[in-house]
Design a protein around this ligand. Structure first.
Ligand SMILES: [Zn+2]
Length: 344
């Protein structure tokens, strides 16, 4: 696509005045110290204006969020921005850097989409509830073992694309279902809630339970044998569980997380936790090991409240946990990877 074609496409898609557009392109060339060609600058501007120039835009070959795996490149994901987190700013080598992140859902799962400096302008244009077509992003596991979709210079983001029936993607409120943002002081039993708070305590206890490998239901040992009500004698799989106290400034509450949620809270994958526990002959060791890092961590939790007759208080069983990630602490590896590693 040559310069004129690019210009044409941008004008058609945005209705921008040609003179204004060319001024923008010239300004971009200056901004980049004349290191970029006129075509190159036009490409950058088209990206900033979310105008599609490449054919993969037309692709309907979407990856389901639940099927994403670390290391995938050039994936196309269609989903809805269900949570948008504030931009984090910091300095590195005297330069100001910014990171923005949002939670994207297509109904099959959630994935955090991470925007770095060069793409922060696009990020700022995204509102909660927008449908996003993310083209050519790459999938990366963060240090908590959670997958993230990273937006690189090659990625195109289409906001509310016209070729997509937005009704085919669950709305943000459907995704968050009845979960309402709530202050802990107002919490009652049997509510679906969404709380932003700080973990102030983690209970040191056995962080594993056994489940049937077929139906994933919890199984108990009886005379040395694990029995599943549906599948009989089984060799169980281990799943994680962790209980902690969440404080949002108005009150605090005990929360319990299982499986992936527990992995997110503890920042450790089940397999790794099993190894740690075995090595130290202590099924609570993984909790002890990471306790100092977890206490003080900010999390957003989705869950259902229930009344615990034993403790005589309301608690939350989580069904989604998002740890607010301190990207600054991850910078060393991430920045380098984004800026240099992705060009391979
Ligand atoms: Zn079973």
């Amino acid at each position: 696509m040559d310069y004129e074609e690019i210009i044409d496409r941008i004008i058609k898609s945005t209705g921008i005045d040609r003179k204004v557009l060319e001024t923008k392109i010239n300004a971009k060339i200056k901004e980049l110290d004349n290191l970029v060609s006129r075509d190159g600058a036009a490409h950058i501007i088209s990206n900033e204006l979310s105008v599609s120039l490449i054919d993969s835009d037309a692709s309907k070959d979407y990856a389901n969020i639940e099927n994403l795996v670390s290391g995938l490149r050039n994936v196309i994901v269609l989903g809805r921005a269900v949570d948008i987190y504030p931009i984090t700013k910091y300095e590195k080598d005297g330069k100001e850097l910014q990171v923005g992140a949002l939670s994207l859902s297509d109904g099959t799962g959630f994935v955090r989409v991470v925007f770095w400096n060069d793409n922060i302008e696009i990020f700022k244009n995204i509102k909660e509830g927008d449908v996003l077509k993310v083209i050519n992003a790459y999938v990366k596991e963060n240090k908590f073992g959670k997958l993230e979709l990273h937006v690189s210079f090659r990625t195109k983001i289409r906001i509310n694309p016209e070729d997509v029936d937005s009704k085919s993607i669950p709305s943000a409120s459907e995704v968050q279902r009845k979960n309402e943002r709530i202050d802990l002081v107002e919490i009652k039993r049997d509510m679906n809630v969404r709380v932003l708070g700080i973990i102030v305590q983690v209970f040191k206890s056995n962080c594993f339970f056994n489940v049937c490998p077929e139906c994933k239901k919890s199984v108990k040992m009886d005379n040395g044998i694990f029995m599943c009500a549906s599948h009989g004698k089984v060799v169980p799989e281990k799943k994680m569980r962790v209980s902690f106290v969440l404080d949002d400034g108005t009150a605090n509450i005990r929360c319990t997380s299982f499986g992936r949620d527990a992995e997110e809270v503890l920042g450790i994958a089940t397999g790794e936790a099993v190894k740690l526990a075995d090595k130290n002959e202590d099924s609570a060791f993984p909790v002890e090991q990471v306790k100092d890092v977890i206490i003080g961590a900010e999390v957003i939790i989705y869950g259902r409240t229930q009344f615990n007759t034993f403790s005589n208080s309301v608690e939350i069983i989580t069904n989604k946990v998002i740890r607010n990630i301190d990207y600054e602490r991850e910078l060393g590896t991430l920045i380098n990877e984004v800026q240099y590693g992705d060009k391979s």
